[in-house]
Every structure is written in structure tokens, then in C-alpha cells.
Design a protein around this ligand. Structure first.
Ligand code: WQD
Length: 390
């Protein structure tokens, strides 16, 4: 436990203004133990997310908050492009050698389909950027890292639920960037095992939003992912009359794909647990197979939901009578991505208690409070009376 005279630990969050990053920062700030530094190039993020997170932290301060508590509610925000090493260095220089305790590296491009069309951008933005970040961290003696990885590193997994020991065999350029970054980080941890500590978190499907509805997912353009798309259909931002369900001939209970959804705030809590597990007193590296202090954990619930179950859960949350039609399979889709989350539970104390209905409720709360996300209205919302289920 921290005592009141301990200094706040400075933690740098890359991609801090994005969907995951903003919820991670929120969770760090609830502890009042960290001073968050956010860097983001605002490619798929909005600065308003950071001001709202800081507001949530300020509002949660006790009446007798100390100066240190108040400081923990403010975010040092930098607009920075990780593909520009000088820009990263300029941020680290502000805090000096040893001035940043650890890094949570969330920033990346993340669309599987897009990565097959512009692979070089993905390798530059995900792999080169991670390399530069690690080099600058090394220069500034900052050697603790929590890395955002993905369930997509498993490709089509041979065993469901998927344990971390599964061979890594990503199919898309996006997935390969995550495998490459994990490899680079592990090699670095092996090279100087006394110095480096890193934990890689393999996310399954994050969903939902902070229950205040102040922060949430705000995809640019038409959402490609299922839950944001359903939310945009229900609010009238997407005019499609029917959801196209990509395939119903998969070897799953109802023939549609199965995914393991977890609440974004439970996922964010996983980052806090991982960060705390980088402390010298932590036991997570005790049973490691090699010298390297590197480990990967699945962050999921271990409960699969099919596309049709998701549609039903969103119908309950929104009251909107979605119509759907079966379309062909989407290229690159995997039938079932359900985690075995027992390792993270055992070693990090990770749990993801919030269920699918809660995720859909919180997503819908965010969407109704902010139909256009963080941005300005882009047109009229379609009237949604036609298909509303009473
Ligand atoms: C879910 C299911 C679709 C849209 C995501 C991220 C990816 C990675 C893993 C981070 C699939 C089906 C979708 C539609 C549909 N995350 N679907 N009609 O594929 O699990 O990937 O999680 O690393 O980056 O994108 O999520 O929401 O795209 O799809 O039938 O219009 O919904 O086929 O089975 P996915 P998704």
C-alpha cells in the first residue's frame, strides 16, 4: 500500500485519448497513486476524451483531497506521433532519466481488414513505432512496460477456450504486427533480464463504456465492428435497414461466429493489475520458464457469445428491433475466439465480472448521450420509430 508521502508514479499511456486508453487512464486515476502522461497523435481519438476523464477524476476527489491527490487527477497530455522518434524523445526529456516509472503502450492501428490493404502503414505504425518507443525508454532508463496485444495473435486456434500457451499464428498483417511486437519485447527482456519487465495483454473483444456515458468508443466513419455498428443503427446514424450477418455456416451452436466480450472497464482494470505486477515485490515472474521477465496474459471472460446473441442483447438494451440477413462469410473471420482467462485470474487477480447486458447498457447510454460521439453532428439522425420494439 502507498503511504501519503510516497510520490506519484509517472506512467506514460500511449494512445491515451482513444477508446481503450481513456478507460485505462480513468482506472489509473481512481487509485490516486499515478501521475498519468498521455501521448496520442489523435488519429482515431479525440482530446475531449482526456478532458472528460480528468473531470471524472476531479469529481471523485474527496473533500479533503491533498495537493498530491489533486495532481493525480490532472493528465499531462502530449500530441505525439510514435513513428517520429524525436517526438517521443522530446516527451521523455521533459521528465528526465528515470522520471517515468512505466509505460502502457496502447496506441496502434487495429482493423484487420484494413491491414490487408495497407500493410506497410500497419508495420510502420505498430512495429516501427514500438521499436522507437522501446529505444527511447531504454535511453531514459524506463524499463517497465504493459503492452496491448490481441487475441488475434492466435489465428485459428486449435483449442477453445484458448490458453496463452497456444502457438502464435496470426493471419492478418495487423495480427502479425502484434506477434512481432511481443517477440521484440520478449527479446529485449531476455537481453537484460535484470532491467526489463514487460507484460503483454491479449485482449479479446472489449465493449461498453464508462457508466457515466461521458467517455466511450467513437469510431471514425461507418463502424466495422459489430457492437458499435448496432449502436449506430439503433441511434439512426447508420441508415442500413438490416444488419448483414457474416456467415451462419460456422461450426458453432447457431452457425454464427462466437466472440468473448468483456467490459472495457474490466479490461482497463487488467492494465492496472499488470502495471502493479511490474513492481519489484511482485511474484508474477517467479515461475517464468526463462531468465526474461516477460509474460503474456489473455484478458477475456471465457464466455463466448454468437453474433445473433449479440444482436438479441442489443435489442434488449436499446429497444430497437434489429432486422438482419445472412450475408457471406467475411474474409479472415475466425469461428470462435473464446479465452481461457485462468492464468490472468490466478497470477494477476484479474476478473471480468460485468456481463454482456451491462456492456450493451453502457454502450447504449454513451450512444444516446452522445449520438455523434465526441464530434459535431454530421447530419440528421434517422427516425427510429419504425422498428422500435415495445
Ligand atoms: C465480430 C463478429 C463478424 C460486423 C475485433 C477487432 C480486431 C481485434 C479482435 C483487437 C464477427 C460479425 C461484424 C457486421 C457481422 N481486436 N459481424 N456483421 O472480428 O472479433 O475483431 O476483435 O485486436 O481488431 O476488429 O470483431 O466486431 O468486427 O466482429 O456479422 O456487420 O461480428 O463477422 O463474427 P472481430 P467484429
Amino acid at each position: 500500500m502507498s503511504t501519503n508521502d510516497e510520490l506519484l508514479k509517472r506512467v506514460l499511456v500511449t494512445g491515451g485519448a482513444g477508446y481503450i486508453g481513456s478507460h485505462v487512464i480513468y482506472t489509473l486515476q481512481t487509485t490516486r497513486r499515478y501521475k498519468v502522461i498521455s501521448i496520442d497523435n489523435l488519429h482515431n481519438a479525440h482530446p475531449k476524451a482526456l478532458s472528460r476523464v480528468a473531470q471524472l477524476a476531479r469529481d471523485a476527489l474527496p473533500v479533503d483531497a491533498s495537493e498530491k491527490d489533486k495532481d493525480s487527477a490532472e493528465i499531462d497530455s502530449h500530441i505525439c506521433d510514435l513513428t517520429q522518434k524525436d517526438q517521443i524523445r522530446a516527451v521523455f526529456e521533459k521528465y528526465g532519466k528515470g522520471g517515468i516509472w512505466g509505460v502502457i503502450h496502447v496506441a496502434a492501428y487495429k482493423a484487420v481488414g484494413e491491414s490487408t490493404q495497407i500493410p506497410l502503414s500497419y508495420y510502420e505504425n505498430n512495429v516501427a513505432a514500438t521499436l522507437y518507443l522501446l529505444q527511447v525508454m531504454q535511453e531514459f532508463e524506463c524499463t517497465k512496460l504493459v503492452y496491448s496485444s490481441s487475441a488475434t495473435v492466435y489465428g485459428i486456434p486449435p483449442v477453445i477456450p484458448i490458453p496463452e500457451s497456444t502457438r502464435l499464428k496470426a493471419d492478418s498483417p495487423y495480427g502479425k504486427t502484434k506477434v512481432m511486437c511481443e517477440t521484440i519485447i520478449e527479446d529485449l527482456c531476455s537481453s537484460e533480464p535484470e532491467k526489463w519487465r514487460a507484460l503483454s495483454l491479449r485482449y479479446f473483444n472489449p465493449a461498453g463504456a464508462h457508466p457515466s456515458g461521458l467517455i466511450g468508443e467513437d469510431p471514425k466513419g461507418r463502424p466495422g465492428n459489430l457492437l458499435p455498428l448496432l449502436a449506430h443503427m439503433a441511434i439512426g446514424r447508420v441508415q442500413d435497414s438490416k444488419l448483414r450477418v457474416f456467415g451462419n455456416d460456422y461450426p458453432t451452436p447457431d452457425g454464427t461466429c462466437v466472440r468473448d466480450y468483456l467490459h472495457v472497464l474490466d479490461l482497463a482494470k487488467g492494465h492496472l493489475l499488470a502495471l502493479d505486477a511490474l513492481s519489484p515485490e511482485s511474484k508474477v515472474f517467479d515461475n517464468r520458464p526463462t531468465d526474461a521477465r516477460f509474460k503474456a496474459y489473455n484478458l477475456g471472460r471465457g464466455q463466448g457469445s454468437s453474433v445473433l446473441q449479440i444482436v438479441e442483447a442489443m435489442r434488449k438494451a436499446t429497444g430497437y428491433g434489429f432486422e438482419w440477413e445472412i450475408a457471406g462469410r467475411r474474409r479472415g473471420d475466425v469461428p470462435d475466439l473464446t479465452a481461457d482467462p485462468t492464468l490472468a485470474e490466478k497470477e494477476l487477480g484479474f476478473t471480468a465480472p460485468q456481463d454482456l447486458d451491462t456492456m450493451c447498457r453502457d454502450l447504449w447510454n454513451w450512444q444516446t448521450k452522445h449520438p455523434w460521439g465526441y464530434g459535431e453532428p454530421e447530419g440528421e439522425l434517422a427516425p427510429r420509430t419504425r422498428q422500435v420494439v415495445e
